[in-house]
Design a binder for this molecule. Structure first.
Ligand code: ATP
Length: 269
């Protein structure tokens, strides 16, 4: 399941506001996620990160420009694309086993095979013994593991993630991030990962795209040359190259965060 390229070219997205005005969320956004690359997008709140992701997912269409996956223009939900969002997309009335198997059952894999593969994925994410639990009987970190197994079981070539660990406490987030890189390093789907957290972006990604404050445009793209396998996310953060990159990228991102903050603070005054 090698990853495939994601190409975003000159993409602008406008929305019609409830008062009938046209609002430009992102403007002339161009960047590429190479096959098998882990690309993180950072930027201040409201700069259009989630909007960009929804255009790649096919849930929404650009007003101008094109989005392609594997050389084909995205015109709807694309096969081979998996998702993970901040809110768990687990069905509360289904067990862990049934939730993990769901993607295969939707793809008409025979039930016996689907359940067998689901058991294997549940074991890989460290939840063996919890197959018959329901989502409300799990901790936040365990629910994320179920979501990760459910996303990975279909062997996606592209994985779209929007702050998947945003709601977790700091320690659980670090553990889950380390598990995510291990899974990704083993199979290398192309990943587009949206986050507020620059440390998380540098620790995980090969490429970090910094967006400007609204309307979002690409401010700068950084290649992250920290070698792989990277090991534990907690340890990566103390490496000298990590600290250099953090300093460099933060000096670019900071002005945008401050601009976005000044705008909202101004609006609140
Ligand atoms: N359907 C919509 N209709 C109108 N405006 C929208 C719509 N969806 C998003 N927007 C606006 O587009 C802008 C970008 O939103 P988006 O959610 O993409 O930002 P973001 O960078 O992901 O923000 P955050 O980091 O806070 O999650 C925001 O001002 C938002 O209000």
């Amino acid at each position: 399941m090698a990853g495939t390229a994601i190409e975003i070219e000159d993409v602008t997205k406008r929305f019609l506001t409830p008062s009938g005005d046209v609002f430009t969320a992102i403007r002339d956004v161009t960047f590429t996620v190479e096959p098998g690359q882990f690309c993180a997008v950072v930027g201040p709140t409201g700069c259009g990160k989630s909007t960009t992701l929804s255009l790649v997912s096919g849930l929404d269409r650009p007003s101008e420009g094109t989005v392609s996956v594997d050389g084909r223009r995205v015109e709807g939900i694309t096969d081979g694309v998996g998702f993970m969002f901040q809110a768990d997309a687990l069905l509360p009335w289904k067990t862990v086993l049934q939730n993990v198997a769901l993607g295969l059952i939707f793809r008409r894999v025979p039930k016996k095979d689907a359940l067998e593969r689901a058991r294997d994925w549940i074991r890989r994410v460290g939840l063996a013994g919890f197959e018959d639990r329901y989502p409300h009987q799990l901790s936040g970190g365990m629910r994320k593991r179920v979501a990760m197994a459910a996303a990975w079981i279909t062997e996606p070539r592209v994985l779209l993630m929007d702050e998947p660990f945003g709601a977790l406490d700091v320690q659980t987030k670090a553990i889950m991030s380390t598990e995510l890189i291990q899974l990704w390093e083993a199979s290398r789907p192309s990943v587009l990962f949206i986050t507020h957290d620059l440390e998380e972006a540098i620790a995980l990604a090969d490429r970090v795209v910094v967006m400007t404050s609204s309307p979002g445009a690409v401010k700068q793209v950084f290649d992250i040359d920290i070698p792989r396998p990277r090991g534990s996310v907690q340890d990566i953060r103390f490496g000298s190259r990590f600290l250099e990159l953090h300093h460099e990228i933060w000096s670019t991102l900071r002005a945008e965060v401050e601009r976005a903050y000044a705008r909202t603070a101004g609006a609140a005054a």
